[in-house]
Design a protein around this ligand. Structure first.
Ligand SMILES: [Zn+2]
Length: 329
């Protein structure tokens, strides 16, 4: 490809290296049965910002549910169009039904199939589109408004030659539900949690338990309801997340719930300890320049000061980073 910026083979070359991320630590390779994937070239420590990128294509919103992908593609300059067309596409039966597939010209079909196989929100990314799925991913993605880019961080240490994966599945759910969600990408998940082996089934048992605990909490809404039982459930969930390797945003949310629960119960020391854990997870998932991380550090500072103070503690003394800053219902 003439334009070096969109030459995936040059990811690791000095010209591909930017100060914003560590893409020189990865390379795109053929996987066993999953097409291309992203692999580590060397050991990558937890919390490394592996990729920070702007969208290659941003679909135009026609309404809240409908986007115009073709118009967005037509507006791209030729090097970006060529880069876009080199991505993998998959046309699910639903996509075909919704788009009068047989009547569409080949190029339109390709543009749509690539979009629906690769989009995050309304965006398609050049490098990040190559991250394959795992139900136990080692990468977390989030939009960072400070640098105005989508970021992809390692959430645990990654060994050389290991594949880097994100989760395409939303919510904590069991194997059959995850696979049902993955069907639109047209593949069968073979991640460690989806293998019908003693090890795979052991992980799946823990994930099933996690999904059940989550459901129990939701039924006892609000999640932060201050009770010893709820706090105990958060603790069990955190332990299960650690043992399965689900150590990204779910773990962060679990720590936040536990911190709130403790604070509402009046235990500032416990709230502080849970928040310390939450800040740690946010740090490696988002990076320290992310506004959410900085807000959480602010909460931790307030809790530390409240813990030192001799005054009686009430959770409303803390300015939490929540939708319900006024307190729970
Ligand atoms: Zn899986």
């Amino acid at each position: 490809m003439a334009n070096c910026e969109y030459d995936i083979a040059k990811l690791s070359s000095p010209s591909g290296h930017t100060l914003l991320d560590a893409r020189h630590l990865i390379e795109v390779r053929e996987t066993l049965g999953k097409g291309l994937g992203i692999f580590s070239r060397e050991k990558i420590p937890r919390g490394t910002r592996i990729v920070a990128e702007s969208p290659l294509l941003k679909a135009t919103a026609v309404s809240s549910h409908v986007v115009n992908v073709q118009a967005a593609f037509n507006n791209l300059p030729p090097p970006k169009q060529r880069a876009y067309l080199s991505l993998h596409g998959h046309a699910s039966e639903t996509l075909k039904k919704e788009n009068d597939w047989e009547s569409l010209p080949d190029l339109n079909r390709r543009v749509l199939a690539i979009y629906f196989a690769n989009h995050w929100g309304r965006d398609v990314f050049w490098i990040a589109s190559r991250f394959n799925h795992s139900c136990i991913p080692n990468i977390h993605n989030a939009y960072n408004p400070t640098i105005q880019k989508e970021t992809f961080h390692s959430i645990r240490d990654i060994e050389p030659d290991e594949e880097l994966t994100v989760s395409y599945v939303s919510g904590m759910c069991v194997r059959a539900e995850r696979q049902a969600q993955l069907n639109k990408w047209g593949f069968q998940c073979k991640c460690p949690a989806c293998q019908d082996t003693p090890d795979g089934n052991k992980i799946e048992q823990q994930l099933t338990r996690l999904a059940m605990l989550r459901q129990e909490l939701e039924m006892a809404a609000p999640v932060s309801l201050p009770s010893k039982k709820n706090l105990d459930t958060h603790r069990k969930m955190a332990a299960l997340m650690h043992s399965t390797g689900l150590v990204g945003k779910y773990l962060n949310n679990c720590y936040l719930d536990a911190a709130l629960c403790s604070a509402i119960m009046g235990n500032v020391q416990m709230a502080m300890l849970w928040t310390e854990k939450e800040v740690e997870v946010d740090g490696y998932c988002l990076g320290q320049d992310h506004p959410d991380y900085q807000k959480e550090v602010g909460v931790l500072r307030q809790l530390r000061s409240a813990a030192k103070s001799k005054k009686p503690f009430h959770y409303t003394h803390i300015k939490w980073v929540l939708d319900w800053d006024e307190g729970p219902d």
